[in-house]
Every structure is written in structure tokens, then in C-alpha cells.
Design a protein around this ligand. Structure first.
Ligand SMILES: Cc1cc2nc3c(=O)[nH]c(=O)nc-3n(C[C@H](O)[C@H](O)[C@H](O)COP(=O)(O)OP(=O)(O)OC[C@H]3O[C@@H](n4cnc5c(N)ncnc54)[C@H](O)[C@@H]3O)c2cc1C
Ligand code: FES
Ligand code: FES
Length: 468
């Protein structure tokens, strides 16, 4: 039985857990305001708000997801808000008014998604800048009727909520008509829903579904006994004794919002903005990115450079494995049939560490990489003590560059070192030609991306003109 709150109604259903949330909303509940366009998570026409109980603050925290690739099971215990749940009295909300007044209405398919995404901005008092508002609508890909009008509407909404900060509480949003009255009692209602009992016997894991529902949505409908780890417990990112510890269902957004990690990796937001879009990051598990094992998986490359260690749990045992030993061949990993990833751990970069992530794709945002790479270096007295370099798109697996990483130990950072490193790189990688580019092109990109790490991290030692 799946239990959640859809707008202001309690839902208890024994419908197939694997159907997508959008199909349940539209077909079972007849709420047709949530649209379906791509069914691949790319356009955000199907966006809904998801509220999760924050027990420590006795409140509900909202984010957006694309409901076309999210299994119904993942709604368990949550508050799901569709466009119909926002303006129940047929009066436009301030968000809808801003869109209307700034001529920012898109077509009937795309507008509801924008309203949901912009309302999400208003529901999160910690969001208070244009950049954060643009993050919120970053996944809503169609702007047929104009970018400028949408940005104007966005600014209009920001001006109505600005400077209210953390004090801008639910009651104010309700009294100003951003959301209906029923939002007020939601924390109490969600607290009465029992969490799902983990189905530990199933190795058939579905996390966010952002890979699975794009690759084989129809097949998932026929599977029995899947394990939906997002609905079992709240995901977590903990920092303890200099280590970052991720739960099995921790998402890219969980990393994005972790203040201690941001302190340790100040450019974290810039790096993670290159990974999919906000609604996808809200669903996408880091473990899912590893197990999908795409050769250009961004979080795999990111965590390879951080030398992450995984705990693989079976019904009887648990074992630890380094991420660099996890990828065996194209889409083949060290995960055994009855195992799942139960934890991911990496050391957070310390003060003497340098970390950088780069991604080259045809489009800057919301695109998969042609080549991506991350580097982690620890340096003392101008000498490299520790080095991890990872690169994607040049091998059948997300690749840890063993030879390059070993070469850098005890070296000084200068042009000579970089030139030798590139020679080793060209021996270590063997890209193939495919739809993302020819082998030669990818080799060129691999060289450029490594140079870019050094230009960015060591502008005093390596000059742009020298590496051209
Ligand atoms: C629009 C869109 C844009 C995207 N953009 C990017 C991008 O920019 N960069 C990028 O790298 N990826 C991108 N992706 C791919 C995807 O979002 C990521 O790979 C994501 O991290 C997968 O996680 P998930 O929770 O959705 O996995 P799921 O789809 O639920 O699962 C993927 C695989 O992992 C397995 N699995 C999940 N969790 C566990 C676990 N704990 N133990 C064992 N097995 C597990 C599942 O069984 C399945 O085989 C994009 C996807 C979409 C739809
Ligand atoms: S329909 Fe396009 S993201 Fe869901
Ligand atoms: S298709 Fe809807 S606005 Fe572009």
C-alpha cells in the first residue's frame, strides 16, 4: 500500500508501484494539468512539487521533480502538489500573475511546469537570488515564447519575496495567496504516515528512476518485488571526522545543499550545475549514477577523483570496494547479483587540497558530456603528495587515470610536469569514435580538459599562452 498526500487529499493505493507518478496523477486521479511531453525528464512539463517532512523543524521542505520518470512508489510519505493544488479558488497566484503580467506564458504544455518551479522558489526561504530562481527553472527547457519575458517574470516574483529571508514563513505565503490554506497542516499529516519497510530481499533496486525510466519504463511495469530505496528512509549526507558519508539513496541535490561540503569545495555549485537539471538532481542517486556505469557519468568521474569507497551489502555480508575498482567493463560493475550499494564514503578535501571538475558537452547545461574529468591533488612545499585524476568519454568505463595519477606524485607543478603528464595521458587513454565525436576529437578534448584543470588551479605556475 502506498500512502501519500496529493494536493489536499490523502491517497492510499495498491496500484502498481512502478507506474510513473504522472500516469497515476493524470489517469487515476484525473488531474490533467500536469502535462506529458518528452517522458524522459528533459522538459519539466510534468513537474510537481514534492514535500518531505523535516522532523527536526516540524516542517515540510519542498522541491520539484519530473513526474514522468518517477515511480509512484517514491511518492510514499510525501506531499505531492500538482498545478491544481496551487490555486484552488480559481484565482491566479502571485506567481501566475507575474507570468501573465510579463507576457511570459508559454504554451499550455509548458506553463504549468514553470508555475510549479517558480512556486518552489517561493516555498524555500533560503532561496533569495536571481541565480537560484534560474536554477529552479533550469529544467523547464522550452522557452518558445521568450527567455526575456520569463526572466522578467522571475525578477518580479523575486521582488515580491525578497529580503524576507528565513522569516518568510508558510503563513505569509498562504496569506499572500502563493499557496492555499491546506499547506499549513501538512507536517502533522505527513507525520502520521508510516515509512515503507525495506524490501531487503530484492536486489532489483529503483532509486530516483532517472536512468531506469528513460531506458526501460515498460519493462519496469512488469517487474515484481522491486525495491524502492527513495521511499524507505530519508536520504542523508553526513560529515564526520573529515569524511563525507552518503546513504544509499543520497542524491546529487543532497550534495549540492550540504553546507560543510560547500565550505570544503567552494565551487561545488558551479560543478554540480553542470549535472542534469534541478528536478533531476533532486531525484538522481549518486549510487544510481555508479551502477548505471555510463562511461560519461558525471558523479562517477567526480567521486573517482575523490577516491570514494563503496560498501556493497548483500543479504548475508558486506564488503568494501574502491570506486576505481568498481567499473570492470562497458556497463559491467563489480556488484554481485544480490548486492546493493549501502554507503558511499570519501574524504572531504582538506586545506592543502586542490579539486576541480570539468565537463565538455554540446550544450553547457542539461546535456551529457562528450568528455568530462575531475582532479584531486594534495600539495605540500610545492610538491604533489597525493593525486587522483578521472576522465570520462575516452574508455568503455568512467576511467581512473592510474598512470597519470602515479606520475604526479613528488612532482612540482610547472609547465614541464604538465607536458609529461599529457604524454602519459595519451598512452593511457584509447577513445573510440561514436555519436558524441571521433576518437581524435575526444583525444584532443582529453588533452584540453587536463590543461584546463591546471590553468584553473595553478594560474601562477601555468599560463594560458604556454599551453596553447
Ligand atoms: C534529463 C536527464 C538528464 C541527465 N543528465 C545527467 C548528467 O548531466 N550527468 C550524468 O551523469 N547523468 C545524467 N543523467 C542520468 C541520471 O540522472 C544519473 O545517472 C542518476 O544519478 C541515476 O540515479 P537514479 O537514482 O535515477 O538511478 P535509477 O535510474 O533509479 O537506477 C540506475 C541503476 O542503478 C541501480 N541502483 C540505484 N541505486 C542503487 C544502489 N543503492 N545499489 C545498487 N544499485 C542501485 C538501479 O538498479 C539501476 O540499475 C540524466 C538523466 C536524465 C533523465
Ligand atoms: S514530460 Fe518532459 S520531463 Fe516529463
Ligand atoms: S513547446 Fe511549450 S512553450 Fe515551447
Amino acid at each position: 500500500m502506498i500512502e501519500f498526500i496529493l494536493n489536499n487529499k490523502i491517497i492510499k493505493t495498491d496500484a502498481n508501484e512502478s507506474i510513473t507518478l504522472v500516469d497515476f496523477i493524470r489517469d487515476d486521479k484525473g488531474l490533467k494539468g500536469t502535462k506529458i511531453v518528452c517522458r524522459e525528464g528533459d522538459c519539466a512539463a510534468c513537474s510537481v512539487l514534492v514535500g518531505e517532512l523535516d522532523v527536526s523543524h516540524n516542517s515540510v521542505k519542498y522541491h520539484t521533480i519530473t513526474s514522468c520518470i518517477s515511480p509512484l512508489a517514491n511518492a510514499h510519505g510525501k506531499h505531492i502538489v500538482t498545478i491544481e493544488g496551487l490555486n484552488q479558488n480559481h484565482i491566479l497566484t502571485p506567481v501566475q500573475n507575474s507570468i501573465k503580467n510579463n507576457n511570459a506564458t508559454q504554451c499550455g504544455f509548458c506553463t504549468p511546469g514553470f508555475v510549479i518551479a517558480m512556486t518552489n522558489y517561493c516555498l524555500n526561504p533560503s532561496l533569495n537570488s536571481e541565480e537560484q530562481m534560474l536554477d529552479c527553472i533550469g529544467g523547464n527547457i522550452c522557452r518558445c515564447t521568450g527567455y526575456v519575458s520569463l526572466v522578467k517574470a522571475a525578477k518580479d516574483i523575486i521582488s515580491q519575496t525578497q529580503n524576507k529571508g528565513e522569516k518568510y514563513q508558510l503563513q505569509e505565503l498562504i496569506s499572500e495567496g502563493f499557496i492555499p490554506e491546506y499547506f499549513a497542516g501538512m507536517a502533522l499529516k505527513l507525520a502520521t504516515i508510516e515509512p515503507k519497510i525495506p524490501n531487503n530481499h530484492s536486489s532489483n533496486i529503483i532509486a530516483g528512476g532517472t536512468d531506469l525510466y528513460v531506458q526501460k519504463a515498460d519493462e519496469l511495469l512488469l517487474r515484481n518485488h522491486a525495491r524502492f530505496i527513495h521511499s524507505e528512509s530519508k536520504s542523508s549526507v553526513k560529515i564526520q571526522n573529515g569524511k563525507c558519508i552518503l546513504s544509499a539513496n543520497a542524491t546529487v541535490s543532497d550534495l549540492f545543499h550540504n553546507p560543510e561540503l560547500i565550505r570544503s569545495i567552494p565551487e561545488l555549485h558551479d560543478f554540480l550545475r553542470l549535472v542534469s537539471s534541478e528536478p533531476i538532481r533532486n531525484m538522481a542517486a549518486i549510487a544510481g549514477n555508479f551502477v548505471n556505469a555510463s562511461p560519461i557519468a558525471d558523479m562517477s568521474i567526480f567521486c573517482l577523483a575523490l577516491d570514494a569507497e563503496l560498501t556493497l551489502q548483500s543479504s548475508k555480508n558486506s564488503r568494501k570496494i574502491r570506486l576505481k575498482d568498481f567499473f570492470l567493463d562497458y556497463k559491467k560493475t563489480a556488484l554481485q547479483k544480490d548486492e546493493h550499494i549501502s554507503q558511499i564514503v570519501f574524504n572531504i578535501p582538506n586545506k592543502s587540497a586542490y579539486f576541480n571538475f570539468e565537463k565538455i558537452s554540446k550544450r553547457r547545461n542539461l546535456d551529457i558530456a562528450t568528455v568530462n574529468s575531475a582532479i584531486y591533488l594534495e600539495i605540500k612545499n610545492d610538491t604533489v603528495l597525493k593525486a587522483n585524476i578521472a576522465i570520462g568519454g575516452v574508455a568503455p568505463i568512467p576511467m581512473y587515470l592510474t598512470k597519470c595519477s602515479e606520475f604526479l606524485i613528488n612532482k612540482e607543478i610547472n609547465l614541464g610536469t604538465l607536458k609529461q603528464l599529457l604524454e602519459i595521458l595519451n598512452q593511457e587513454i584509447s577513445p573510440i569514435s561514436d555519436v558524441r565525436g571521433t576518437a581524435d576529437y575526444k583525444k584532443l578534448l582529453a588533452n584540453q580538459i587536463i590543461k584546463q584543470h591546471f590553468l584553473k588551479l595553478f594560474p601562477d605556475s601555468i599560463k594560458f599562452e604556454e599551453v596553447l
